[in-house]
Design a protein around this ligand. Structure first.
Ligand SMILES: [Zn+2]
Length: 450
């Protein structure tokens, strides 16, 4: 007999007849990893979580994130003199060039420590599912995800060439196959392996075609960076007879409901119409660009009918306040308040995101759904008086409001603390491993001036 858990929500964002509906004073009953009841009577359960002022949301899905890049860019990449968003890519150079060599030189346990610190921040911030593209020589991301309890769509990168210009497309695909073999559906299906060509410029036509073929053969999603920089647009245009990155992918037959493209900030209106017509998904990561003064507006993608999600990319893994940023940046761009609404944005990290990875059992609270939940405490003085809890989360909330996180029926965060292992130890060890790199002379020498 599996364990049962009852959680009381003063507010529960449930799904009724396929539509989200905010219910008051409800009990959720979870048996094993399923939601089995939603009722106003207190049920019998092995464990009862009954505190006032909780808002129970479906588990949040953050479908574009980079734990490692985030650790390097925080409080380093802000306030730099930048001419364009492309400069952001240059300031991340430390983790792709010399910095990447330094990361490789760490021991496996040290890399695992770095991965654990990232996953800890995601979970404590209320993310139950992450899609994480990362370098294929950093497989410790999978180990950390399996061990720590997050739902993980790991996306080991493919590149056509290494920094020295050597062809590595075939070996990247081989490495991907090995990781797929080892990790896909591991940890009771919590771990998935997603195809991840890095971008339309860093992967050539043959590699993109081979990757797409392979992904569709094994029925996994494809994710990549798309129309994210002027450099990418120029490279693809020169190489592919004037095509935009999205026209190029369309010509390869890559666009479709199984494709999740991050950014698309340089997509034309025609490009966006193509994305919508093919059922492709855009993951909007507004803050990573806003940091450099570049507008990446959720509303622009939505108004073209593209399924649009919100992710945190390699900057500040607070998905809840990313929603607030998405709202404000969209409203400023459009000069009106009724775009990128709180309801649209919550849907973008719950139902819509679950649909983008073909998981109708996730991203919603309904009988029979998988028990992934993000529970916020609304007791904070900063949220009082509480009027509309959904607006409050997006406009006023942040990851500090996260109280309980349940993944696959297991409580991994309670009262804001991680439950599976010692949080302080994870923080100290992860920080020590990162400090070894950041304090090293080669790393210091490649940092941008500030
Ligand atoms: Zn990215």
């Amino acid at each position: 007999m599996s364990t049962t858990t009852a959680i009381f929500g003063s507010y529960v964002l449930a799904e009724r007849q396929g539509e989200p509906e905010m219910l008051r004073d409800q009990w959720l009953l979870i048996e094993g990893n399923r939601i089995v009841a939603l009722q106003d009577r207190r049920p019998q359960a092995d464990r009862v979580l009954d505190e006032p002022g909780r808002l129970v949301l479906p588990g949040l899905l953050n479908l574009h994130n980079h734990c490692c890049a985030e650790a390097f860019s925080r409080s380093r990449t802000e306030d730099l003199p930048m001419a364009s968003g492309d400069d952001l890519l240059r300031v991340l150079g430390p983790i792709s060039g010399t910095g990447s060599e330094l990361l490789k030189s760490l021991s496996r346990p040290q890399r695992l420590d770095i991965a654990r610190l990232g996953v800890l921040q995601l979970l404590k911030g209320g993310t139950t599912t992450v899609m994480e593209p990362f370098r294929n020589w950093f497989p410790e991301m999978f180990d950390a995800a399996a061990e720590m309890g997050i739902r993980f769509y790991g996306a080991p990168y493919l590149f056509s060439k290494d920094p020295a210009g050597n062809e590595i497309g075939a070996s990247c695909l081989e490495a991907w196959d090995e990781l797929f073999e080892t990790w896909h559906q591991a940890a009771d299906g919590r771990i998935r392996v997603v195809m991840s060509p890095h971008g339309s410029d860093t992967c050539d036509r043959d590699l993109l075609l081979a990757a797409t073929r392979r992904a569709r053969e094994v029925e996994t999603q494809i994710t990549l960076h798309l129309a994210q920089s002027e450099g990418e647009v120029a490279t693809v245009s020169n190489r592919e007879g004037g095509k935009t990155p999205i026209e190029f992918l369309d010509s390869l037959g890559m666009l479709g409901p199984d494709l999740l493209a991050a950014h698309c900030i340089l997509a034309s209106d025609d490009d966006l119409r193509t994305m919508a017509a093919t059922g492709s998904t855009i993951v909007n990561c507004p803050r990573t660009y806003a940091r450099a003064g570049v507008t990446a507006a959720f509303s622009r993608f939505r108004e073209h009918g593209v399924r649009t999600l919100v992710g945190t990319d390699g900057y500040n893994m607070d998905l809840i306040s990313e929603l607030g940023a998405a709202a404000l940046i969209s409203k400023c761009r459009d000069g009106r308040a009724d775009v990128a609404t709180s309801r649209d944005l919550i849907a973008a990290v719950t139902r819509e995101a679950a649909n983008a990875v073909s998981r109708p059992d996730l991203g919603r609270i309904a009988i029979g759904a998988t028990a992934d939940l993000t529970v916020l405490s609304l007791e904070s003085p900063f949220l009082r008086p509480l009027q509309d809890p959904v607006k409050a989360v997006v406009a006023l909330g942040c990851r500090a409001d996260v109280d309980i996180v349940m993944v696959d029926g297991e409580i991994v965060v309670q009262h804001g603390d991680y439950t599976r292992s010692n949080e302080t130890e994870i923080v100290e060890r992860g920080t020590a491993a990162l400090d070894m790199i950041m304090n090293s002379a080669p790393f210091q020498s490649i940092l941008p001036a500030h």
